[in-house]
Design a protein around this ligand. Structure first.
Ligand SMILES: Nc1ncnc2c1ncn2[C@@H]1O[C@H](COP(=O)(O)OP(=O)(O)OP(=O)(O)O)[C@@H](O)[C@H]1O
Ligand SMILES: [Mg+2]
Length: 480
């Protein structure tokens, strides 16, 4: 029988989970005191531990370190009272198997528990995360957001930070890609090294090349001294390649070599330079589209994509919109020496309902302007620039929703192939067309959310089971 140890300061707060686990045939032992629990872990070596972060004496990831000291292979699932950016990152970095915030989604937690037990069977024990007790918590992290979508991102940051793997961050403009790149650096062992950023879209090709790889004296007219490139200067640290979708093919080839061999030559030089630089790249373009258009190398894409992070648009982050709004109110109160206390319920509702095509950056700009304009101490709808845009937006939405407009677009697509369809699938045209339409729709939805089925089902408005069944019917995701 598999044994599970639960460390829970307020005994009973995980009662439902405990009962479900017992019901599924696990032996569950629950402790309120971490010292007693640790003794028990030494003696009985359970198959899995579920622990809160804030315990009687131990705070933060300390409990994780203690458990990992006893046996680094025991999977540990961390539960917290409130989801918090740094806790999620720290827990994953210290080797937690997963991280959940209360109120617990029992079903999701059970799934994680069973998956962990499955993965950590004895023969797979080597795959368990190593003990990383010596890492310091990252400083200066100002990431804000508690939505489940962002929690997944923090977990990911914690998981990847400690490795040297290249990371690709994708997301619309203003979703916080640069902030995430910083968080990866700050939470890595390279945090004392440099973090250098280059915007590949903003610099002309020849300049970008010398900016990245440096040049030797005499490499071109005006090169009077040797200059180190950013790859070299960032050695021991992190190089952030922003807007990598705009990088030219010839520079892409050189970046690929840096990724593969950590080697390159300065412009006009023969000597091979080696640099220990981690690459984090970001783009708001679809690299899949760029590859189709032949402007992005497929090998570089796969090399970068080993670890990829998709930042969701702000409108998909629910209450995070208001949380971020408060965060920016504080920030600009301080910067602009103002004393705004908050916002009216109507204003909050307006922010919550807006579409935010410019994402967090647009929200930040809106709050900044509102604070500047405000004279009453409470932000109201009129203080926000989006107040006017929203009016326009609303009328546009009505137009967008005009009946039959979508159908008219589909008709345009269908018309040229309809003749062939009618001949090839006579008597089965309906089934065939609807099926392929569905296939394309699922493919697009999955692509948009980075292949995450939970998110795709939410986006489509169908249950996860339905989505899974459909995917299976089409013969797997690769056939969409
Ligand atoms: N989760 C967050 N918490 C606090 N501030 C955030 C968050 N996400 C983004 N911001 C702020 O929003 C602004 C835009 O973020 P950032 O520059 O990282 O976006 P980006 O994805 O790189 O955008 P672009 O594609 O336009 O370069 C920044 O001022 C950043 O500090
Ligand atoms: Mg950016």
């Amino acid at each position: 029988m598999k044994q599970i140890t639960i460390i829970d300061r307020q005994r009973g707060s995980m009662e439902k989970l405990e009962n479900q686990l017992r019901g599924r045939g696990y032996e569950v032992r629950s402790f309120r005191d971490e010292d007693v629990a640790l003794k028990e872990i030494i003696e009985c070596s359970p198959d899995l531990v579920i622990s809160e972060l804030a315990l009687r004496q131990m705070k933060g990831p300390e409990i994780l370190r203690e458990i990992k000291k006893i046996d680094s292979r025991i999977p540990v699932i961390i539960i917290t009272e409130h989801s918090n950016t740094q806790d999620a990152i720290d827990s994953m970095r210290e080797g937690a198997y997963d991280y959940f915030a209360k109120p617990l989604d029992t079903e999701k937690t059970l799934q994680a528990i069973e998956k962990a037990l499955d993965l950590f069977r004895d023969e797979d024990a080597e795959t368990a995360a190593p003990l990383r007790a010596d890492l310091q918590a990252g400083q200066g992290n100002s990431l804000c957001g508690r939505s489940p979508e962002m929690l997944e991102i923090y977990k990911r940051v914690g998981q990847v930070a400690a490795s040297n793997a290249a990371v690709l961050i994708q997301g619309q403009s203003g979703t916080g890609k640069e902030l995430i790149a910083h968080a990866i650096h700050e939470n890595s062992e390279r945090s004392k090294g440099p973090f250098l950023a280059v915007n590949c879209a903003a610099i002309p090709e020849t300049l970008l090349e010398s900016e990245l790889f440096g040049y030797e004296r005499g490499a071109f007219t005006g090169a009077t001294t040797r200059k180190l490139g950013k790859f070299e200067a960032a050695s021991g640290g992190t190089m952030f390649l922003d807007e990598i979708g705009d990088m030219s093919l010839s520079i892409q080839a050189k970046v690929l070599r840096v990724l593969q061999d950590k080697a390159f030559e300065r412009l006009g030089g023969r000597e091979t330079v080696r640099a220990d630089t981690r690459i984090v790249a970001a783009t708001n373009k679809s690299l899949v589209d760029c590859m189709k258009a032949g402007t992005f190398r497929v090998d570089l894409f796969y090399r970068l994509k080993v670890v990829s992070i998709f930042l969701p648009p702000l409108r998909e982050r629910g209450d995070d919109i208001l949380l971020l709004a408060d965060y920016f109110v504080n920030k600009y109160n301080y910067q602009l020496v103002k004393k705004v206390r908050g916002m009216s319920a109507k204003a909050a509702e307006m922010l919550r309902d807006y579409d935010w095509p410019g994402n967090v950056r647009e929200l930040e700009n809106n709050i900044q302007t509102a604070i500047l304009l405000n004279r009453t101490g409470t932000l109201s709808c009129e203080d926000f620039p989006l107040h006017m845009e929203r009016q326009e937006h609303k009328s546009r939405q009505v137009e967008d929703a005009a009946p039959g407009e979508l159908a008219a677009s589909f008709r345009q697509i269908l018309e040229p192939v309809f003749g062939t369809l009618a001949v090839d699938f006579r008597g089965a045209v309906y089934d065939r067309a609807v099926q392929d339409f569905e296939r394309a729709l699922l493919g697009l939805a999955l692509e948009r959310v980075g292949g995450n089925q939970v998110k795709a089902s939410k986006l489509l408005g169908i249950s996860r089971n339905t989505l899974r069944n459909r995917i299976e019917r089409f013969g797997g995701m690769e056939n969409l």
